[in-house]
Design a protein around this ligand. Structure first.
Ligand code: AGP
Length: 609
């Protein structure tokens, strides 16, 4: 996510804003910039890379203005660059904007502004569209122009705006992206979240959706979407800086588990057009292309590989194209058969995993078309791919991947449906049914998160076990691997996953009284088989924790505990089943007092062999 800071007061705005941006660095970013209202106009300075690059760039300039806005960018539209960095200006030069979030209809707005107002655009960003839009709507009343602009904008965004000819006023607006306003001693602030302001103040206003903030040096006013003044209580902030960066959560991992509904919504909804059809921005896969493909490889590491396991099921079921899947560290050395009829899908949160990058290069060398599913814009995997399908999970700080995994799943489902519909191998009804199922996922995850205390309670009873099996069939087997990795990498408990049908081929010899078995049983069409496996392990005195769909009471007969997920189609259940498994791993590791966000021996991105 991007970071916003704005200030209007009696002190040097540039210094205050840059200090505030530094406190947002933990959120991850690829460029930074400031816009300061000076006597001669709005001065904008922005640089790719770290904030230190920006400081170096402006260190000899005399920038004395006392009002301005600043931004750390996490690229979604347009690769990281000086040009694409925020703030963005209107062509009139009298409006500057910073923005966190996504304008879903920026293409339509861009076309309209170019056609009706002859606006020329200079960047690939959706944010520039906001600046140009306010620029053409501004007639001297900044609040009115911002209100008119946001009425035309669809998506999730928090924006900060300054106008050259109103050097005493800073305007901000919030819709589905975080925004706060802060009451300081020497002036007033807006920001994406609390860490940016903790150095200057401890009294803030939480801004709600559809609200506008108007800051002057001595006053903060809040207005609702009908332009009525809002009387909001001041919140006294007692958080430490570290608490604030985690938004009040104990760990980044838990924060990121709870961010999944938003992350999934952002990854999904911008790819569904007004006509209800999937539009794969960043990918140009035509029917002709697909007719030239006779195999798909999915290659990745760790959690990304587990997302690929689900992707394999989804693509084969929905697109009817054969899919091979492999861990990158094996793929790159086994001289796989690849030719120009192969579509190679690399999945990587960081886009910097060396094994995945090396596998991609091997496939490219042999003529494959490279499509990557990546979370970090402009990363190495992105730069070496023919097509990129971004997850919009925002920066994932915790080493244990959660929101990246579920947004990778979303990308897999969208690709599978898109290819299936293009090839005409699925019905319109099925296409719409699965799309509706995906749209309902964020709300269903919220329901699971509301019951996280049940998982926490369960974890408190099982955290001291030394061996945990994860078993499942079909897509549940794919999720079992992910659940097992989550548990082992942050709690250090020896856990492993196995397809439930494989138990009888040796592994069940390990079963002892009280061995923990996490049994995933959400695939309706496989339930009878899965239930038999649960009976088998139960007969050997295992302690069974089942995960099943609401309403399935049969499973309670053979389970010590059951964690229920909301009803859903078998195909999309991995998006829900993953959540209690993430929570279980988290609470077990917390009970054990382990370093959850930074587990031993692990790095967030494995850029070595
Ligand atoms: C997952 O929780 C781990 N952090 C690890 O397995 C990770 O998924 C793997 O290293 C791949 O990373 P990538 O997605 O950045 O390529």
């Amino acid at each position: 996510m991007c970071g916003i800071v704005g200030y209007v007061g009696r002190d040097n705005a540039k210094d205050i804003i840059i200090e505030g941006l530094k406190k947002l660095e933990y959120r991850g970013y690829d460029s930074a910039g400031v816009a300061i209202v000076e006597k001669g106009g709005i001065l904008v300075r922005k640089k790719e890379g770290k904030i230190a690059n920006l400081e170096e760039f402006i260190k000899n300039e005399k920038i004395t203005g006392t009002i301005g806005i600043g931004h750390t960018r996490w690229a979604t539209h347009g690769a990281p660059s000086d040009l694409n960095a925020h703030p963005h200006m209107s062509n009139s030069g009298n409006i500057a904007v910073v923005h966190n979030g996504i304008v879903e209809n920026y293409v339509e707005l861009k076309e309209w502004l170019a056609k009706d107002y002859g606006v020329q655009f200079h960047t690939e960003t959706d944010t520039e569209v906001i600046a140009q839009l306010i620029g053409v709507l501004y007639k001297g009343d900044l609040e009115a122009a911002v209100y008119e602009a946001v009425e035309k904008m669809k998506g999730a965004y928090a924006i900060g705006v300054v106008a050259e000819d109103q050097p005493d006023k800073l305007v901000a607006f919030r819709k589905d992206a975080p925004l706060i306003a802060g009451l300081g001693n020497s002036g007033n602030f807006i920001a994406s979240d609390i860490p940016a302001l903790l150095k200057y103040l401890d009294k803030i206003y939480l801004i709600e959706n559809g609200e506008m903030v108007v800051c002057t040096a001595d006053r903060i006013q809040i207005f609702d979407e009908n332009k009525n003044p809002v009387d909001r209580d001041l919140l006294h902030v007692t958080w430490s800086l570290e608490d604030a960066e985690k938004d009040g959560f104990d760990h980044f991992m838990l924060k990121e588990i709870y961010e999944q509904p938003r992350a999934i919504n952002e990854t999904l909804m911008r790819r569904i057009g007004d006509d209800g059809k999937i539009k794969l921005d960043g990918i140009s896969l035509t029917l002709e292309d697909l007719e030239n493909i006779n195999k798909i490889y999915i290659v990745a590491c760790g959690t990304a590989y587990h997302a690929g396991l689900v992707g394999k099921y989804a693509i084969e079921k929905m697109a009817k194209i054969p899919v091979e899947i492999d861990v990158a560290s094996e793929f790159r050395y086994r001289d796989p058969y690849i030719d120009d009829k192969t579509l190679f899908i690399a999945i990587s949160q960081s886009g910097e995993t060396l094994d995945t990058l090396a596998a991609l290069r091997e496939a490219k060398r042999k003529g494959a078309r490279i499509l990557s599913v990546v979370n970090v814009v402009g990363s190495s995997v992105v730069r070496e791919s023919d097509d990129v399908f971004y997850t919009w999970a925002g920066p994932e700080i915790a080493v244990a991947s959660t929101k990246a995994y579920t947004t990778q799943l979303i990308c897999m489902y969208l690709l599978a449906l898109y290819m299936g519909e293009l090839r005409g191998v699925i019905t319109k009804e099925y296409y719409n049914q699965i799309l509706d199922e995906l749209k309902a996922i964020p709300g269903k995850i919220e329901k699971i998160l509301e019951k996280s205390k049940d998982v926490e309670k369960l974890a408190k009873t099982l955290y001291n076990r030394t061996q945990v099996f994860f078993i499942g069939r079909g897509m549940d087997a794919a999720v079992a691997y992910e659940g097992s990795l989550k548990l082992k990498e942050i709690s250090y408990i020896n856990s492993f996953a196995i397809a439930a049908g494989e138990l009888k081929h040796g592994t069940i010899a390990l079963m002892e009284p009280e061995t923990i078995v996490i049994a995933l049983a959400t695939q309706d069409f496989l339930f009878e088989k899965m239930f038999s496996n649960i009976v088998e392990v139960k007969a050997r005195m295992a302690h069974v924790v089942s995960v099943a769909k609401e309403g399935n009471t049969t499973i309670e007969r053979e389970s010590n505990e059951v964690i229920y997920i909301p009803q859903c189609a078998d195909e999309v259940s991995p998006l829900l089943t993953a959540i209690p498994l993430q929570l279980f791993a988290y609470y077990v590791a917390r009970e054990k007092g382990e370093n959850i966000d930074k587990p031993r021996n692990l790095a967030k991105s494995v850029t070595v062999e």
